[in-house]
Ligand binder design. Structure first.
Ligand code: HEM
Ligand SMILES: *[C@@H]1O[C@H](CO)[C@@H](O)[C@H](O)[C@H]1NC(C)=O
Ligand SMILES: *[C@@H]1O[C@H](CO)[C@@H](O)[C@H](O)[C@H]1NC(C)=O
Ligand SMILES: *[C@@H]1O[C@H](CO)[C@@H](O)[C@H](O)[C@H]1NC(C)=O
Length: 322
């Protein structure tokens, strides 16, 4: 009897442990809205196309929003929440303040998709994942099937954003361990950093690099200094690569020539034959491999700790909890 009882107790413990260990990605799928709202994804695509037509940089800004969402407690739309009396949100964190863009466009997309579905059923976290995919594809990059079914967080944390988002002054080991802490590897770090094939950076984020780094092309540095003085002009912008409206391999070609704009970009290529160097070299001359690996790493990033099932909620307004 005692043996039977302890046997049953062990079974119970195993069952409880098994059901509370939630897999981080298994519950998302690519056809989540197919039945309930087949118009959802086309509606998002249309709204993203409109926004990019109006301002090509918006594609970059939307890709970055998905990254900043996923790296802070998972892809749960937390980056979109305004501050409340209960929490200070992520928008005022150092990597986000004065920097993240596209919040109004996300509002427009949410309105468009809710109208297409005749109700609020697509989460803000999924909107970010789809908008990032569509932006990449519209600007000349690869396309891929987005995993869907994320739900939206009911809270956000400025401290978690400051702790989790990598700053541009990180060196290679710091960048790698940041990515590894999010379940990503060296290859993910190199391909996803190449999202910097799109968009702009502010002077304040690359000033230390152009004035103090030694592994930088002197002409490239001199040119960048013209619009980024040692003091003042913090918000003056510069393209992250020479073709910042086009998703291409020019980012990698620049790294080979010591023309990475951010310190963190150039950390990926030192020219000493490291594994990171080898990836940069490979992608610089193989845009098909880059496109394929970028798509896979985006899917992997999009799978970081989503809320699923009954967790969280589907927000009515991406800026606040229901
Ligand atoms: C590896 C570590 C990374 C660091 C240190 C980093 C840092 C930065 C910084 C400092 C900026 C300029 C922000 C500003 O001046 O306001 C920027 C822009 C950008 N980042 Fe990253 N980033 C990293 C990885 C990523 C990843 C993984 C993605 C997406 C997959 C991404 C996408 C972008 C895009 C698209 C822009 C341009 C945004 C725009 O023009 O609005 N970054 N990043
Ligand atoms: C703050 O949290 C309390 C308790 O959970 C909740 O009742 C209230 O609505 C929240 N306030 C805001 C502004 O979200
Ligand atoms: C360059 O390095 C020096 C010495 O560490 C420091 O005082 C200076 O502020 C740095 N300049 C920039 C633009 O970061
Ligand atoms: C390349 O240089 C970095 C430091 O700049 C070092 O950490 C790394 O071990 C070097 N790799 C090789 C293969 O020499």
């Amino acid at each position: 009897m005692a043996i039977l009882r302890s046997f049953l107790a062990i079974i119970c413990i195993v069952l409880v442990a098994a059901t509370s260990m939630k897999p981080t990605s298994a519950k998302l799928n690519t056809h989540y809205y197919t039945k309930g709202c087949p118009q959802a994804l086309p509606a998002i695509r249309k709204a993203v196309e409109r926004a990019i037509k109006h301002e090509p940089r918006m594609g970059a800004s939307l890709v970055r929003l998905h990254f900043h969402d996923c790296f802070v407690n998972g892809c749960d739309g937390s980056v979109l929440l305004d501050d409340t009396s209960n929490f200070t949100g992520e928008k005022t964190a150092l990597p986000n303040v004065n920097s993240i863009r596209g919040l109004n466009v996300v509002d427009d997309i949410k309105k468009a998709v809710d109208k297409a579905c005749k109700k609020s059923m697509v989460s803000c976290a999924d909107i970010l994942a789809v908008a990032a995919r569509d932006s990449v594809s519209i600007l000349g990059g690869p396309t891929y099937k987005v995993q869907l079914g994320r739900r939206d967080a009911r809270t956000a944390s400025v401290n978690d954003a400051n702790r989790n988002l990598p700053p541009p002054f990180f060196n290679f080991p710091q960048l790698l361990s940041n990515f590894e802490a999010h379940g990503l590897n060296l290859k993910d770090l190199v391909v996803l950093s190449a999202a910097h094939t799109l968009g702009l950076a502010r002077c304040t984020t690359f000033r230390a690099r152009i004035y103090n780094d030694t592994n930088i092309d002197p002409k490239f540095a001199a040119l960048a200094k013209k619009n980024c003085p040692t003091s003042g002009g913090d918000d003056n912008t510069r393209p992250l690569d020479a073709t910042s409206k086009r998703f291409d391999t020019v980012y990698f070609e620049a790294l080979l020539k010591s023309k990475g704009l951010l310190h963190s970009d150039q950390e990926l290529f030192k020219g000493n034959g490291s594994d990171s160097d080898k990836l940069v070299q490979r992608y610089s001359k193989n845009s098909a491999a880059f496109g394929k690996d970028f798509a896979n790493s985006m899917i992997k990033m999009g799978n970081i700790k989503p809320l699923t099932g009954n967790e969280g909620e589907v927000r009515l307004d991406c800026r606040k909890i229901n």
